[in-house]
Design a protein around this ligand. Structure first.
Ligand SMILES: NC(=O)c1ccc[n+]([C@@H]2O[C@H](COP(=O)([O-])OP(=O)(O)OC[C@H]3O[C@@H](n4cnc5c(N)ncnc54)[C@H](O)[C@@H]3O)[C@@H](O)[C@H]2O)c1
Length: 274
């Protein structure tokens, strides 16, 4: 499966940043959306943007709205399940799930317990959302895209828990490469993107980013996300979206060749080297 006009997507954290930009890009392809966010006002704004995109391509869904906003804390199991149920009621079927909602903190984890929230939102909710999406997609197939981060494979001393949560998402995604049921699960792993998520970065790191590393262009992030959804050969991959180099699959083929991948019955895939 790949993106087609008339499909419906459930997108978490769609009220801002990467999520909003993805909603607009999918709307430009005629996809209808449920925008889940803690912030319903921002979610509603994204809904308006989706409607505008549909109007631009003269797409008018016949038996559903273009998009709906659902106030949902993805870390709350009941709210997440209710949001999926609402999506099915309004759109009839789920074709695409995008696990994008994320939180970030530079508070020192051994001094402040708020790190648990990062694991709950960035990792646990992604696993829970994916499990609900698979149940909804198992008859007809579907597309799942997780928004991880390059922090998944680059140790950053300032935010070890964020790195851990994203490493979890990347490995979860890779481990689902052979899920089957016509469902493809992939992830994108962008470097720093200039969004409200980064407000809590220390000024010294902000200055470094501004003067040295820079930010990944949002357009590049969206191109990677859309390619993962569209490329029917891509499954269980993590796309590393870099600021100064082309997007590439991580890890590279040579590294992958050295890793064993075990099938559900416990035997290694025969295509891999010993
Ligand atoms: N900005 C970056 O540098 C960067 C880089 C790599 C990956 N990412 C990842 O991209 C994703 C989107 O980040 P962004 O930069 O667009 O951030 P953002 O802060 O602009 O948007 C995140 C959205 O998620 C929502 N959200 C937060 N907690 C939620 C919850 N519990 N339930 C529902 N919604 C919730 C927020 O309200 C917000 O609308 C995140 O997973 C983030 O970790 C960001």
């Amino acid at each position: 499966m790949k993106i087609e006009q008339g499909q419906s997507a459930l997108l978490t954290g769609g009220g801002s940043g990467i999520g909003r930009a993805l909603a607009v890009a999918l709307a430009g392809r005629g996809v209808r959306l449920s925008i889940l966010d803690l912030d319903i006002v921002q979610g509603e704004k994204t809904v308006r943007l989706v409607e505008e995109e549909h109007a631009k391509i003269s797409y008018k869904p016949s038996n559903s709205p273009s998009a709906i906003a659902i106030r949902c804390d993805v870390a709350n199991s009941d709210e997440l399940a209710a949001a999926y149920a609402r999506h099915q009621d309004v759109f009839g079927r789920l074709h695409i799930c995008i696990n994008n909602a994320g939180v970030f903190s530079t508070k020192v984890f051994y001094e402040d317990k708020s790190w648990r929230k990062m694991i709950d939102v960035n990792l646990t909710a992604v696993i829970e959302s994916t499990s609900i999406a698979i149940q909804a997609m198992k008859e007809h197939g579907g597309l799942i895209l997780n928004i991880a981060s390059s922090a998944a494979f680059m140790p950053i001393e300032l935010f070890p828990v964020y790195c851990s949560s994203k490493a979890g998402v990347a490995m979860f995604t890779r481990s689902l490469a052979h899920l089957g049921m016509g469902i493809r699960v992939n992830a994108i792993c962008p470097e720093f993107v200039n969004t409200p998520l980064l407000v809590s970065l220390p000024p010294s790191l902000k200055d470094y980013l501004k003067e040295n590393l820079g930010y990944v262009e949002m357009e590049k992030v969206i191109t990677a996300a859309i390619s993962a959804l569209d490329d029917e050969s891509m499954t269980g991959e993590c796309l590393w979206v870099q600021t100064h180099r082309p997007t590439q699959i991580w890890p590279d083929e040579e590294t992958k060749g050295k890793q064993k991948v075990f099938k559900k019955d416990g035997t290694p895939f025969s295509t891999l080297s010993n």
